[in-house]
Design a protein around this ligand. Structure first.
Ligand SMILES: Nc1ncnc2c1ncn2[C@@H]1O[C@H](COP(=O)(O)OP(=O)(O)OP(=O)(O)O)[C@@H](O)[C@H]1O
Ligand SMILES: [Mg+2]
Length: 201
């Protein structure tokens, strides 16, 4: 559960986000649509704890959140390193069996030893998605996770997200793909000039 009250975020003196009252519940998928520059990534970064805000209150379990940013960040190294080292560093369990399963699901087992620098945009997005899921968090914030993926891989992501939702996760996904929002979400929101409006269920 996430509760947002009277949230305001400025860049210099420009008001970027203004959300009066908004709640997100567990076991649901929320899609957030909106024009370029509307404030979608800003909202996710604030909820992900990597960006400060100027006014308002946020209530949720911050330890149970994982943010997948719009631009992926990786360690220098190969795919396996990037799917294990982040967990080792945090003293979390490394789940190699799951890594193998997810690489198979996306049909990229052969990339295991490849340097992430050399991956295509869609391949990077897949590794970023797998890494996000491996954190086993209850709140997932995903900023355009499938923007560079092909159809088949997009459907794999959507199926995995639906399964996580059914297991009780709260998922907020930013997307420009309205059809995707309709396919997977319980609620559709639009950010417009920093304000958020519910567009459908
Ligand atoms: N660090 C910053 N300093 C000043 N302005 C910023 C900064 N980061 C973002 N902005 C501005 O804030 C606005 C919202 O940006 P944001 O990244 O949230 O948009 P978005 O809805 O995610 O857009 P897109 O669909 O292109 O990803 C934009 O106008 C952007 O230029
Ligand atoms: Mg964005």
């Amino acid at each position: 559960m996430i509760e947002i009250k009277n949230l305001k975020k400025y860049y210099e003196d420009r008001l970027i986000l203004e959300i009066t009252n908004l709640n997100f519940s567990k076991g649901k998928i929320y899609s957030i649509l909106g024009r370029n520059g509307a404030g979608k990534s800003t909202l996710l970064k604030i909820l992900g704890g990597i960006l400060s805000y100027d006014e308002g209150n946020l209530r949720y379990d911050r330890d149970n959140v994982i943010l997948s940013t719009q631009e992926p960040l990786f360690f220098k190294g190969n795919v396996i390193y990037n799917l294990t080292e982040p967990f080792k560093l945090r003293n979390l369990k490394v789940e190699l069996d799951k890594v193998t399963i997810f690489l198979k699901e996306f049909q990229i087992e052969k990339l295991k030893e490849s340097s992430v620098d050399n991956l295509s945009g869609g391949e990077k997005a897949k590794i970023q998605f797998i890494r996000t899921i491996l954190y086993n968090k209850k709140i997932l914030l995903l900023d355009e996770p499938t923007a560079s993926m092909d159809k088949k891989s997009t459907y794999v992501v959507e199926r995995i997200l639906s399964e996580l939702r059914d297991m009780g996760c709260l998922i907020i996904i930013v997307t420009h793909d309205y059809e995707q929002a309709v396919r997977i979400s319980n609620y559709i929101y639009e950010v417009d000039e920093g304000k958020i409006i519910q567009r459908g269920t």
